[in-house]
Design a protein around this ligand. Structure first.
Ligand code: ADP
Length: 424
């Protein structure tokens, strides 16, 4: 049976998932970056990991591969020579040396633009241009996913509009804006666009069909959203990880820098997102994983807790309240730890609903369903508390692996009807 491969490059390792045309998983392999290549050569480590993942796929899957795509971490970037060889170490998603050039970014970009961050791809580009003496040797500025895909199809200089958002690409008009007149920038295509067949020598090396097509990729967080199978405007994914992250599929684009809200494009729709500093990290501070399980089981989700907290580890919040000095509110603290946990879970659920109401009040498509990802999705009591607080169904996402979502990008359109209108 035909197979379609998605490869997710995360912060500590990479994972590949092969799907059949019915979206059933046929194989999955993962590798940690630890010990893959000598320290100080990250790009080589990624390349080795990619090829090793391909080598570890079962031979029958490799011999039936029809398509492949790769997602990387957003704003992880490389500067390469004419042959696609990196001329310096990549800059990672969280590298904030761009703060040294933020004033320059602010001179060229419109106020409130997503590129106005020390970690944006554009800040990294400008930092390299100002500080790297071999900048003159550079021919391509690429994101991690762009570069890895180009190793497979051979065409350096191509990116997708998810990776390129924080470079300043205009996802509304699908072109670079006039204020962004810089050399070396990639040509931007829609995520999932078929670029070219895999290079013949790689097809031979890995026993992959010569007509296996390499597609443009995406970022890790969008890939995870695609994996959740949220498909209709009004569908949302709440990630209950260390922090609370909301993503709502909307017919209307919302960008509101005051609250850190911005939209990615998904075909004809928009993926509107906001991130709060509350979340599981606060739960971890007070409870062990076992306690979370044991004490949650003793909470009655239908009963309203009288406790109204704003659970934060440190002062400061952006969304859904913008107050850089907002103090954590964790009092009064009952002696009964079941009651304390109930208050925390309900308060985080309240902040989640506040977030969705804020997105709606700014014009986003009203919420119709919430899928849940992240560690907190495993807690049925919390799901019941959240369902009780809002008037839409709340479920666990069936799939949250970014590699799964990236594999969906490569399926023939007849097999991704669920994505109709989202990616084209
Ligand atoms: P991240 O990738 O953001 O670090 P994860 O998605 O791995 O986070 O989720 C980890 C978080 O999930 C932890 O902060 C933890 O508090 C929370 N978590 C794990 N198990 C439970 C549980 N049973 N109930 C509530 N929260 C949980």
């Amino acid at each position: 049976m035909d197979c379609y491969l998605g490869v997710d490059f995360g912060t500590s390792g990479a994972r590949a998932i092969a799907l059949d045309p019915n979206q059933a998983i046929q194989a999955q392999v993962s590798l940690s970056f630890d010990g893959i290549a000598p320290a100080g050569n990250l790009a080589e480590c990624w390349k080795t990991t990619l090829f090793e993942l391909m080598a570890r796929l079962p031979a029958p899957v490799r011999s039936h591969l029809r398509g492949m795509a790769i997602n990387g971490t957003s704003s992880t970037v490389l500067l390469c020579d004419r042959g696609g060889q990196p001329i310096t170490e990549p800059l990672l998603y969280n590298d904030d040396r761009g703060k040294q050039v933020l004033a320059h970014v602010a001179e060229i970009a419109p106020p409130g633009h997503t590129v106005l961050s020390a970690t944006s791809s554009l800040a990294k580009f400008l930092w390299w241009r100002q500080h790297l003496h071999q900048f003159g040797d550079a021919h391509y500025f690429l994101h991690q996913a762009d570069w890895l895909a180009a190793l497979l199809h051979g065409q350096f200089g191509i990116s997708d509009y998810h990776n390129s958002l924080k470079l300043g690409y205009d996802i509304g008009s699908l072109r670079y804006p006039d204020w962004l007149d810089l050399p070396l920038l990639p040509t931007v295509v829609n995520p999932g666009t078929a670029i070219a067949p895999i290079l013949p020598h790689l097809a031979d090396q890995f026993h992959i069909p010569h007509d296996c097509v390499i597609h443009a990729g995406t970022t890790d967080s969008i890939a995870a959203f695609l994996a959740s199978q949220a498909t209709t405007p009004g569908d949302a994914v709440t990630s209950l990880g260390s922090t609370l992250v909301l993503k709502l599929l909307s017919r209307v684009r919302i960008d509101h820098p005051h609250y850190g809200i911005y939209s990615h494009r998904l075909g004809d729709f928009w993926l509107v997102g906001g991130a709060s500093n509350t979340g599981g990290a606060v739960l971890n501070h007070f409870f062990s994983t076992q306690e979370l399980l044991d004490l949650s089981a003793r909470i009655s989700p239908e009963t309203e807790s009288p406790l109204e907290y704003y659970p934060l580890l440190n002062p400061g919040e952006r969304f859904p309240i913008n107050d850089p000095a907002l103090p954590p509110k964790l009092e009064p603290r009952p002696r009964d730890r079941v009651k304390f946990l109930h208050g925390l879970l309900q308060s985080i659920a309240r902040i989640e609903m506040h977030g969705y109401h804020l997105l709606e009040s700014l014009g986003a498509t009203p919420l119709t369903q919430i899928l849940t990802a992240g560690g907190g999705a495993q807690n049925p009591t919390w799901t019941a508390i959240r369902a009780h607080q809002c008037c839409v169904p709340v479920h666990s996402a069936r799939q949250t692996e970014a590699a799964f979502g990236t594999a969906l990008l490569t399926l023939p359109s007849s097999h991704r009807a669920h994505n109709e209108g989202m990616i084209r």
